[in-house]
Ligand binder design. Structure first.
Ligand SMILES: *[C@@H]1O[C@H](CO)[C@@H](O)[C@H](O)[C@H]1NC(C)=O
Ligand SMILES: *[C@@H]1O[C@H](CO)[C@@H](O)[C@H](O)[C@H]1NC(C)=O
Ligand SMILES: *[C@@H]1O[C@H](CO)[C@@H](O)[C@H](O)[C@H]1NC(C)=O
Length: 489
């Protein structure tokens, strides 16, 4: 490789190494990775073909060089005393070398270059992020390694990586459980060793505060490695500490208590709608108050909650329309932001769609159903949530002139596990149902933010969540939802 090419190589790897990817926040990015993998293997195959051709060519060059020396042999004795013969030999060797160099580096670089150009290859940072997300999901949904690996198991090395990521985030209980899982799966082919695992098992238990467990694993490590002085020191420290402390938390069992209503709602532990109050809520067909466009195709409307009033509209968008919206969005998705920019409060990929025929038809449909004007509404906002994708409790509206008076949230996919929309203040969890939408007013009639409309998108545990949001603003609604000066409306 020449210097110039080497520089390009270094530059490229430099660029590649500094950019992490958003695999975690979007299932779409993961889907792209499948194509990328197929492509990558194809490029490798092309590269091998090129290598083979080059090897053939080099063999024939070698043959030519051998023939030349055969027909024009240099006589060592003559060359050593005849300066012209020596000169000839020098030239010949030089020329051979140039030829060899030329052929060994020939044109393969271009094929090689296409291999380097895979900018989407997951970086170590991406692997860590994905592991980190899995651990967050475990914390959120209180899952053991064996719960989360029921469908797809991890080998000892993968589990060890999970443990390390948890350990580095000071999540010592999850780290411990992963190291334990890894140890159960050690084989002669694992890179991870029993010694490393014993060390981390002991250390995680120590940090978690389970000294008897830390002592147990340190002792096992010492049996395996009797001359290890570090372990001896640790062991005596743990034994000493054990007498000073009297608490001994159980590192093997996850604490399943939670007083956070957002998380409990997401886990399905509470849902006020199962109470008596729910039975009073109703289901009916609506024509949007006699809207002519809905007279012959009324929408199925279900009251999900009364205060704040949350209405679910069923089958308001066709499969084809949803597919079109996803198709338009896919190439434009980028990491969603909040007022604070990109944060872990909101992990999804999203895009505001410009009006085209489909988007305009959906907007009109929303106006017809809600009876509100969408003139001052924001563009339709499509979001895709990947592994662990979530949006922590937030308000859609804030005190503002022309605030977001109402939210129309369309579910464009079912989600197998997780991904509910929850209202922690009132204890309601709404499951995504493909083709349906939910609607609520964020503002009281007097213009104040209705604090009960605080809501969250639960982390997606299994599945792929697509939603489209239409945020409708106050301007234009003066005659549609008259304001009120009352404190209570
Ligand atoms: C996880 O596993 C534990 C114990 O095996 C079980 O009791 C629990 O229900 C599982 N949790 C989930 C969410 O599957
Ligand atoms: C270890 O690798 C060898 C060679 O790939 C394979 O034959 C063997 O089954 C593997 N052992 C285990 C326990 O996976
Ligand atoms: C969406 O994109 C896929 C893949 O490119 C294509 O097969 C499908 O026909 C598109 N659907 C619509 C409704 O445009």
């Amino acid at each position: 490789m020449t210097i110039k090419k080497l520089t390009v190589f270094v530059l490229l790897t430099g660029i590649v190494c500094t950019t992490g990817h958003e695999f975690v926040s979007s299932t779409e990015k993961v889907a792209q990775l499948f194509n990328e993998e197929e492509d990558l293997l194809k490029s490798f195959s092309l590269y091998i073909d090129a290598e083979e051709k080059n090897v053939e060519r080099m063999k024939s060059v070698l043959l030519v060089l051998q023939l030349l020396t055969y027909f024009d042999p240099a006589n060592p004795e003559k060359t050593m005393r005849d300066p012209v013969a020596a000169y000839k030999l020098l030239r010949r060797v030089r020329s051979e070398w140039l030829t060899i160099v030329e052929y060994t580096q020939l044109s393969l670089y271009e094929v090689y270059q296409t291999l380097l150009d895979y900018s989407n290859i997951p970086q170590p940072e991406d692997l860590n992020n994905a592991a980190s997300e899995l651990i967050r999901l475990q914390e959120f949904y209180k899952l053991y390694p064996h719960n989360i690996t029921r469908e797809t198991s991890l080998n000892a090395d993968e589990a060890y990586h999970m443990g390390l990521v948890a350990y580095n985030e000071n999540k010592f209980q999850h780290a411990f459980l992963w190291f334990l899982y890894s140890r159960d799966r050690l084989t002669e082919n694992s890179t991870t060793t029993e010694k490393k695992l014993l060390h981390f098992l002991s250390s995680s238990a120590y940090h978690f505060g389970s000294l008897p467990v830390a002592i147990y694993f340190s002792q096992r490590l010492l049996n395996l490695d009797p001359t290890n002085d570090e372990v001896k020191v640790e062991l005596s420290l743990y034994k000493h500490l054990r007498f000073e402390r009297n608490s001994n938390p159980d590192i093997f069992s996850l604490n399943t208590k939670s007083n956070n209503s957002y998380e409990a709602l997401c886990r399905g532990e509470v849902d006020e709608r199962t109470s008596k109050r729910q039975r009073a809520l109703s289901c009916r067909y609506s024509t949007g108050g006699g809207n002519p466009r809905l007279m012959y195709a009324p929408v199925k409307e279900e009251v999900e909650w009364d205060e704040p009033r949350i209405i679910r509209y069923h089958d308001i968008i066709s499969d084809r329309e949803m597919e079109i919206l996803k198709n338009i969005s896919r190439p434009q998705l980028s990491r969603s932001e909040t007022i604070q920019g990109v944060t872990n409060i909101r992990t999804s990929q999203s895009v505001f769609l410009e009006e085209d025929n489909t988007v305009a038809r959906i907007s009109q449909n929303i106006a017809d159903i809600t009876g509100l004007s969408v003139e001052s509404a924001e563009e339709l906002h499509v979001q895709n949530y990947g592994i662990g994708g979530r949006y922590e409790p937030h308000f859609d509206a804030w005190d503002d002139k022309n605030g977001r008076i109402a939210t129309f949230l369309i579910y464009m996919s079912d989600v197998e596990i997780g991904g509910a929309t929850v209202f922690p203040k009132v204890g309601v969890a709404l499951k995504p149902k493909k083709g349906s939408a939910v609607f609520w007013y964020n503002l009281h009639k007097n213009g104040r933010v209705d604090l009960d409309t605080q809501h969250a998108g639960c982390p997606v545990l299994v599945g792929n969540k697509w939603v489209a949001n239409k945020w409708i603003h106050e301007f234009g609604q003066e005659f549609r939802r008259p304001c009120s000066l009352s404190e209570w409306e």
